[in-house]
Design a protein around this ligand. Structure first.
Ligand SMILES: [Zn+2]
Ligand SMILES: [Zn+2]
Length: 344
C-alpha cells in the first residue's frame, strides 16, 4: 500500500467513524433502523379520517407490527400505501385479499393509551373483519372498553371479558404500571406509565423495547403543573438513563392546542409552550451541568394537533412556528402528516 493510498484509507476510516459517532447519538443509521412507525392518523379530532393512529414495528420485521391508539386504521394504511411507505409488506400471491386487509389482519396487538373515541374508533369499526389480537392497556382502559364499548349495547363483545357471550377475538392483557410485559408474537416488550389527562392516571405512556432500544409512545397528557400531578416527572425519571446511554430512539408526544390556549381550557392536553416546559425539565435531569445540549438531536414526534374549522392560520402551522421559536434545546421535532413513514 503506497503512502497516498494509506493516507486516503486512514482519512476514509476517520470519516466513517466520525459519521457513525454523529449518527449514533439519536438518529437511525440507514438500513439499521431499530423501529419503523407509520402515521395512520396525525390529529386529535375534529375530522374523523385523521385522528390518532400509528403502526410500529422493529426494523426489518414488518410481521411484528402493532397498532398504537387505533383511532384510524385502514384509511391511514391505504394512504401510506399509496405514498409507497408500506413497501416492506408483501401479500402472498395465494391470498385473495386487499393490501389494507392483509396489513390490518397481520398486525399482532393494539396498545391503547385510553378509551377516548379518537383513540379506539377504527379498532371498533374494523373489528368484524379483524384477526385475533391482544388489546394491551392499563386496568382502567380495559375496564372502560369492556363496560362501555364491547358490551353488546354499543358494539358486539369481540373481547374475552365483559358482558357475555364473549366472541373472544381480542384477548385483553392488563399492563401493570412500571413493569415490562412482552407483546405477544413479537420480539418487543412494553411498559405502561401513568399520564394525567384531565385526571391523574387516566391516560398512558408506552415504553416499547426491542433488543435494548426504546421508543416512547405517549397518549394524551396535560402538563404536571396544570394537572397537579408528577406523572410526567416520573416518566422523565424513567427515560433519563435511556437518553444518557443513547438507547431511546424517539418520543411521540402530543400537542393539541396553540400556546395562547388558557390553562383552564387545556382539558388534559399540551401546547408548544407546555411541551417545552416539560422537555426543559427532562433536559435538566439528563444533564444538570449542561441542560442546553442534553436533548440535542432527540427526535420528538408531535401528535394529536387539533385542526380548527377556519381557513387560516391552521393550528399545525402555528404549532410549527411556535416550536421553531421556543426550541432552545436543539430538539429534532417532527410534525408528520397522515401516511408518513418515520424511521428511528
Ligand atoms: Zn385524544
Ligand atoms: Zn383523550
Amino acid at each position: 500500500m503506497g503512502r497516498y493510498t494509506l493516507t486516503c484509507f486512514l482519512l476514509c476510516l476517520v470519516l466513517v467513524l466520525g459519521m457513525t459517532f454523529v449518527l449514533s447519538a439519536h438518529q437511525a443509521i440507514p438500513g439499521e433502523e431499530e423501529f419503523i412507525a407509520v402515521v395512520l392518523g396525525s390529529g386529535g379530532g375534529p375530522r374523523e379520517d385523521d385522528v390518532s393512529g400509528f403502526m410500529v414495528w422493529p426494523g426489518g420485521k414488518p410481521e411484528e407490527a402493532i397498532f398504537f391508539d387505533p383511532g384510524v386504521l385502514t384509511v391511514g394504511i391505504r394512504k401510506a400505501d399509496e405514498m409507497g411507505n408500506l413497501w416492506d409488506f408483501q401479500v402472498p400471491p395465494e391470498e385473495d385479499m386487499t393490501r389494507e386487509g392483509f396489513i390490518l389482519q397481520n398486525a399482532r396487538a393494539y396498545l391503547i393509551s385510553h378509551a377516548h373515541l379518537d383513540h379506539i374508533s377504527a379498532m371498533v369499526i374494523n373489528s368484524p373483519d379483524d384477526s385475533p389480537k391482544a388489546i394491551m392497556g392499563t386496568p382502567t382502559t380495559l375496564k372502560n372498553l369492556q363496560e362501555h364499548v364491547f358490551n353488546w349495547k354499543i358494539w358486539p363483545n369481540f373481547g374475552d371479558a365483559g358482558p357475555e357471550p364473549h366472541l373472544g377475538q381480542y384477548s385483553y392483557i392488563e399492563l401493570v404500571n412500571d413493569t415490562a410485559c412482552s407483546i405477544p408474537e413479537t420480539s418487543m416488550t412494553v411498559e405502561a406509565l401513568e399520564l394525567a389527562h384531565d385526571y391523574p392516571g387516566t391516560s398512558t405512556a408506552f415504553l416499547v423495547e426491542h433488543q435494548g432500544n426504546y421508543i416512547l409512545l405517549c397518549g394524551d397528557t396535560g402538563p404536571d403543573e396544570v394537572e397537579g400531578t408528577d406523572h410526567l416527572y416520573r416518566l422523565w425519571q424513567r427515560i433519563t438513563p435511556l437518553i444518557q446511554e443513547g438507547s431511546l430512539r424517539g418520543i411521540f408526544l402530543e400537542i393539541s392546542y396553540t400556546s395562547d390556549r388558557p390553562d383552564d381550557l387545556l382539558f388534559g392536553h399540551l401546547t408548544p409552550h407546555w411541551m417545552m416546559v416539560e422537555l426543559r425539565r427532562l433536559a435538566e435531569m439528563v444533564d444538570p451541568d449542561n441542560p442546553e445540549e442534553a436533548l440535542e438531536g432527540l427526535r420528538v414526534v408531535v401528535t394529536h394537533i387539533k385542526p380548527k374549522f377556519v381557513h387560516s392560520p391552521s393550528t399545525r402551522h402555528t404549532v410549527e412556528k411556535e416550536l421553531l421559536q421556543l426550541n432552545d434545546l436543539g430538539i429534532h421535532f417532527i410534525i408528520p402528516y397522515q401516511g408518513h413513514r418515520l424511521e428511528f
